[in-house]
Design a protein around this ligand. Structure first.
Ligand SMILES: [Zn+2]
Length: 373
C-alpha cells in the first residue's frame, strides 16, 4: 500500500515535497495563510504501519523560530485524543521525526491541537452551568463567531479578563482556558466560590478562530498579528481585537491575562508590564504579589527564566497586556507556556500538553483570588 499524507481538516497544515519512500518523507512547514510566519504543522500519514519512517522538514531552519526545534519532540496521535511525543532531531537546517507507526493512520502536529469543534463544545458545556453566560462579541473575516464566556455577576465589583490564542497555533492557551473554566464552574471549588463573591470573569477562549481553523501559527485571515493590533484595531484587519477592546472599555478591567505559548523556552513564565513608562509602584507591588502567589499555587510556574523586560521596547502599547496595563492601571500579564516540555517538571513521554495546561489554568485561580483581596 502506498503511503499518503493529507492535511485537509481543521488546523491541518503541511506542504508535501515527496511522500513515496517512508524512509525519506520530505516536507515543508507551511506559511500562515496571509503572512510570512511559519511554524505550525498538523497532518495525517496513512499506509505506513510498521514502517520505520523518517519525516524530514527540509525548511525547519528557515521557519520563524528555528530555536524552537532545538530539544523539541513533535507530538503524534492515532485517535486525536491521546497525544505522545515522538523522537525528533534538528541539525540546524532539517528537522526529522523518526517514528514507526503502529497503526494504518497516524497524525503528527507541532503541539496537541485544540479543534474548533472542541471550542464550540467548551462554550456549550460552560453555558450548562447557571454561573455562565455566552456573549457574542462579533464576527471574524471568515465568518466565525467571536465569543466570550462570562462567569459570575456582571455587577460584581471586580472585572477579570482572560484572553487566549491571539496566536492561533498556541493551542496550549485554549487548553489552559478549558481548565480555568472547568474549575470556575465546579460548584465544589472553594477558590471559585470565593472569587465569584468579588469578581466577574470575561474569558475569550479563542481570540483567533480564523487562524486556528486555517492552521496558522500567528496571524488571522488578513495576515494580522493580533498582539500588535491593540492601539489601532480595525474591522478590516483585526475585528477580533476591535471587538474585545470595545467590550473591555465598556466593562472596565481590574486584572488581565493574555495566554500564549513560547516556541523556544521550556518553561512556564510571564511577561509583566514593568517596562511601561507610567508603571506605578502600586502596580509593581501587585504584579510581584501575583507572581509570588502563582509560584506557590503551581510547581509548574517559575520566575527565574523568561523574557528580558526590555524585549518589547518598540511601540509597546500595540501588545494586549501592555495596552491594558497602561489603560486600566491593573495587573496585566502575558502568560507563556512551552511547546517543548517544562524543564523544571519534565515528562519525557508527553512533554507539556493540553492536560498540564488545563491544570495550570485551574491553579491560576489562587493568585487571581489573592489579587482581588
Ligand atoms: Zn503568542
Amino acid at each position: 500500500m502506498p503511503i499518503k499524507i493529507s492535511h485537509q481538516f481543521d488546523a491541518g497544515a503541511i506542504d508535501v515535497i515527496s511522500a513515496v519512500n517512508p524512509q525519506q518523507i520530505d516536507l515543508h512547514i507551511r506559511k500562515d495563510s496571509h503572512a510570512e510566519f511559519a511554524q505550525w504543522f498538523y497532518f495525517r500519514l496513512q499506509g505506513a504501519r510498521g514502517e520505520a519512517c523518517n519525516l524530514r522538514f527540509l525548511n525547519a531552519g528557515k521557519t520563524t523560530y528555528p530555536a524552537g526545534w532545538n530539544d523539541y519532540q513533535a507530538v503524534a496521535s492515532y485517535d486525536r485524543e491521546s497525544w505522545f511525543r515522538v523522537p525528533t532531531s534538528f541539525d540546524g537546517t532539517v528537522m526529522t521525526i523518526t517514528h514507526t507507526p503502529e497503526r494504518d493512520s497516524v497524525y503528527y502536529a507541532y503541539f496537541e491541537p485544540y479543534s474548533w469543534e472542541r471550542h464550540l463544545q467548551l462554550l456549550g458545556d460552560a453555558e450548562a452551568s447557571p454561573l455562565a453566560r455566552i456573549i457574542d462579541l462579533g464576527t471574524t473575516l471568515d465568518g466565525h463567531d467571536l465569543n466570550a464566556i462570562v462567569i459570575g455577576n456582571p455587577a460584581a465589583a471586580k472585572k477579570i479578563w482572560v484572553i487566549a490564542r491571539q496566536h492561533p497555533g498556541e493551542t496550549m492557551a485554549e487548553w489552559f482556558v478549558e481548565g480555568l473554566v472547568g474549575a470556575m464552574l465546579d460548584p465544589d471549588n472553594p477558590v471559585a466560590l470565593q472569587l465569584l463573591k468579588k469578581a466577574v470573569l470575561y474569558i475569550v477562549p479563542n481570540m483567533n478562530p480564523d487562524g486556528s481553523v486555517r492552521g496558522n501559527l500567528r496571524t488571522n485571515a488578513a495576515g494580522a498579528n493580533l498582539n500588535r493590533e491593540w492601539m489601532t484595531p480595525s474591522l478590516a484587519v483585526s475585528p477580533e481585537v476591535l471587538a474585545v477592546k470595545t467590550k473591555m472599555h465598556e466593562t472596565g478591567c481590574d486584572l488581565f491575562l493574555d495566554v500564549h505559548g513560547d516556541e523556544a523556552l521550556p518553561y512556564v513564565f510571564v511577561a509583566g508590564s514593568e517596562m511601561l513608562e507610567n508603571f506605578s509602584p502600586a502596580q509593581a507591588t501587585a504584579q510581584q504579589r501575583f507572581l509570588d502567589c502563582f509560584v506557590q499555587a503551581s510547581p509548574d510556574f517559575q520566575t527565574k527564566v523568561g523574557y528580558a523586560s526590555s524585549k518589547y521596547r518598540e511601540e509597546v502599547l500595540k501588545l494586549a497586556s501592555k495596552y491594558v496595563a497602561h489603560t486600566f492601571k491593573c495587573v496585566s500579564l502575558t502568560l507563556e507556556m512551552p511547546f517543548k516540555d517544562n524543564a523544571i517538571n519534565p515528562d519525557a513521554r508527553i512533554g507539556w500538553d493540553g492536560d498540564r495546561s488545563a491544570q495550570l489554568g485551574a491553579a491560576i485561580l489562587i493568585p487571581v483570588l489573592d489579587a482581588m483581596a
